[in-house]
Design a protein around this ligand. Structure first.
Ligand code: GSH
Length: 224
């Protein structure tokens, strides 16, 4: 007698919205690899009690696969890359692989760590411009340090697009909106290595498709 397939209790679903930069990371990897999930906005919004029923911290992105929910954008990106079979985004050689992961983690700890006070202010609905300006200036300093980890080619690590580029891109897009908004010099234009990286990433068609959705999402949010 043939064994039955394990019963799927959920459709594979990516919980994401157009303004979520962490969610955009997963959309980017899907765009480049051709992998696709059904997408849903978190019920009641990210952080809601309903979303916490699906994913304990209530954050997006979250990915419901079979009978479990996967969390954390980095884990989701790696899951999509490995499941799609297109492993070009996560290089095999351990030295390059560790370089890619190291850049993502350093970006999240230091660049995002520096800018976090601005995000907290934005959540209040009445952001203090001085706090936002200081956070953006601090992030610019961290960006300059981060790019010292980049290689010589235009992308962050090596001559081809990797997970590191896709993880940083959604935040670069947001910062491109917020630096001018708060009147702080934009490191994505002012720092040559960072500007070269951002220009290379924006040449990738799949990146620009996802970025266009994010830009439209932010335009709608700003219009409110
Ligand atoms: N470390 C998480 C961060 C996820 C995160 O903070 N997501 C935001 C949206 S971009 C969120 O869900 N915020 C709602 C909340 O904090 O309640 C990841 O990499 O996935």
């Amino acid at each position: 007698m043939s064994q039955k397939e394990p019963r799927r209790t959920m459709v594979d679903t990516l919980y994401v919205t157009d303004t979520s930069p962490f969610g955009a990371r997963v959309r980017l990897v899907c765009g480049v690899t051709g992998y696709a999930f059904e997408e849903l906005a978190p019920p009641g919004g990210a952080g809601s009690a309903a979303m916490k029923e699906i994913s304990p911290f209530g954050k997006m992105p979250a990915l419901a696969v079979e009978d479990r929910v996967l969390v954390e954008s980095m884990a989701l990106m790696e899951y999509v890359i490995e499941t799609s079979g297109d492993t070009s985004l996560l290089p095999g050689p351990p030295l390059r692989r560790a370089s890619v992961r190291g850049v993502v983690l350093a970006h999240d700890h230091y660049v995002l760590g520096a800018v976090w006070p601005m995000f907290l202010q934005l959540r209040t609905g009445k952001p203090d411009p001085a706090i936002c300006r200081a956070a953006l200036a601090a992030a610019a300093v961290q960006y300059e340090v981060l790019t010292r980890l980049f290689g010589d080619a235009d992308f962050a690590i090596g001559e081809t697009l990797t997970l590191a580029d896709l993880a940083m891109a959604p935040f670069a897009l947001i910062f491109g909106l917020f630096y001018p908004k708060f009147g702080v010099e934009n490191p994505l234009a002012a720092q040559p290595r960072l500007a070269r990286w951002w220009a290379a990433v924006r040449e990738v068609a799949a990146v620009n498709d996802v970025m266009a959705r994010m830009e439209a999402g932010y335009a709608r949010a700003f219009a409110k």
